[in-house]
Every structure is written in C-alpha cells, then in structure tokens.
Design a binder for this molecule. Structure first.
Ligand SMILES: [Zn+2]
Length: 108
C-alpha cells in the first residue's frame, strides 16, 4: 500500500465554513456538547476512508454532495449526511456512524 509522506493537515481557512456548517444544524448544541459528534471533524477519519486509507470522495459544493447523498440514501435505504471537510476544500458524505456528524434528518 502506498503511504503518502505528506500527512493531510487541517486547513484553517476551511474552519469558518466548517463552523457555519455545524451551526446550521438544528442539533448543533447536542453535537458539540452532549454527543460530542461535531468534534469528529477534527479527526483525519473525516477525510480518509479508514478501510482503504484513501481520501473520501470529495464534492466541491454542498449541493452536489446533497444530490449524491440522496441517491446513496435511496440505494442503501439509509440516511447519509453531508459535512464540510477541514482537511480539503470540499464536502464529504457518509453514514452517521462513520463520520460522526449527524445532519438533521428533517432537512437543512
Ligand atoms: Zn476532505
């Protein structure tokens, strides 16, 4: 397996977008202070697929990620959430238990 010598690092210019994305959620208080799920965004696992070690599929816009999440959700009959990545300029989607950020299921 190829291991990249350059470890991805948090891009602080993404932090503003990330925090906005977090506070858009109706469950933000719970995510930060009760479940602590929101802090998962600081983990490299929010950008890297733990199984493959490769970066997750990146969507440049929230809207395109949302469309993909809807499609995947229908296909797998489960809820996929969208989150802003701190490590790259895009968004990722994932199942709640994977990315540890629960997007409000009632919509944004
Ligand atoms: Zn990323």
């Amino acid at each position: 397996m190829y291991i990249c010598a350059m470890k991805p690092r948090i891009k602080w210019r993404n932090f503003k977008i990330w925090i906005k994305d977090q506070f858009k959620r109706k469950t933000w208080f719970r995510n930060f202070f009760i479940t602590g799920n929101a802090w998962g965004g600081f983990s490299i696992n929010s950008h890297i697929n733990q199984h493959t070690g490769q970066p997750k599929i990146t969507y440049n816009h929230f809207e395109s990620a949302q469309k993909a999440a809807e499609k995947m959700g229908k296909k797998h009959n489960t809820h996929f959430s969208i989150y802003k990545c701190l490590y790259c300029d895009g968004y990722h989607i994932g199942k709640n238990r994977d990315n540890k950020t629960e997007y409000d299921k009632n919509g944004s």
